[in-house]
Design a binder for this molecule. Sequence first.
Ligand code: AMP
Ligand code: ZN
Length: 465
Amino acid sequence: MKIYNTLTRKKEEFVPLEPGKVRMYVCGPTVYNLIHIGNARPMIFFDTVRRYFEYRNYKVNYVSNFTDVDDKIIKKAQEEGVDASVISERYIAECRRDMEGMNVMPATTTPLATQEIDGMIEMISTLIEKGFAYEVDGTVYYRVRKFADYGKLSGKNLDDLRSGNRTLLVTGEEQKEDPMDFVLWKPKKEGEPYWESPWGQGRPGWHIECSVMSKKYLGEQIDIHGGGEDLIFPHHENEIAQSEAASGKEFSHYWMHNAFLNIDNKKMSKSLGNFFTVRDISEKYDLQVLRFFMLSAHYRSPLNFSAELMEAAKNGLDRIVTAVRRVEELDAKAAPGELDPQTKEAVDALVHKFVDAMDDDFNTADGIAALFELVKLANTTVTEESNAACTAYFREKMQTLCQVLGIITTVSEEMLDEEIEALIEERQAARKAKNFARADEIRDQLAEKGILLKDTREGVKWSRA
Ligand code: AMP
Ligand code: ZN
């Protein structure tokens, strides 16, 4: 498997720290609002990375946080006149709902920054002890010039950065030794959440949160650290400076960054106001379509959001799901037999094509193209006459590839509810029309799916067996 490593700017063979295991950390959202579909891109992509590693028999320890203490959360809390935790808890719950809709699997651990303050104080203390940090009036700064590798991820040079940031020194941060030094701990301001620390009451800076949560749940060294490309600098550069100075070891071996989701070729972002929330999209589309749309491009290519591309994604997804369901239906009633070697070979070749694409830095676009070829082959090869070995082979391979991409092919509960209700309505109409044969047929069809009907005075009630 090859992964493009932002750190080395090369595609490299993936070699895990421990055979058969992947330790992976992905920076999660700051929870002060509904997530927008730009935020959804790393969620969907890295979930697919995790699924693919699992398909390749790795045991994946996947950690992704929620940043639940931040200026924007505090501002929103003050506007609403509530505690910051009310805001973060609300938007964590909303975010989880969106993730479920997009079929993003819950991470192995989802730490919250506010629950990890002790670890942050500990790491900051270590950095001070080692001379990588210093305190001035309750603020702790990271001493950037002490870390020789500073800039290695982003390719930035400290001198260039310094000259570009000279203005910082005149904007209230004159206590800094160097304009590029960044905050590890800041003193509390009136009305803000705070914690006790050796440097007084205050709260952590953003960068230290991820270094600490990654260390606690994955250890000092991890295989992959991911996020959107806007996080390369300063966030990930600073995470490296903190983690490597504290441990003396390489922090993450591979750094992966997704390109932006754009709209009219501009980054979709809250600050530009050019965004759609995942919730907006869910009103028009099943969120599976959004997932499929995101995966239709390679993660390192910018992706421009448009109604046309969403329609194309919807049609493509329908084609796949319809084909899988058709094969499932034929498989349920196929007669026994043997798998024709030529058919097996043709299916295997397409599965290999999928694997080759995904092995090449998670090329989901080419992976999906291979899946479409498999769909086409299934549509022409699998018929009423196909034997069970053939139908089962196609079914299993198609279902597996869909699962890797996180495409749901089974009827979801919500759809099922609608379907059931539609069938019940049809049955009522059939009875009214004295078409009892059709009415019974529908009752049997529902019973087969474990749906029991009960005629009551208030109408038909249904339940799952
Ligand atoms: P934030 O809540 O802004 O910290 O963002 C959470 C994640 O979403 C980070 O990994 C960002 O890099 C990513 N992200 C934000 N906007 C976009 C976008 N327009 N396209 C792709 N990723 C984005
Ligand atoms: Zn982070």
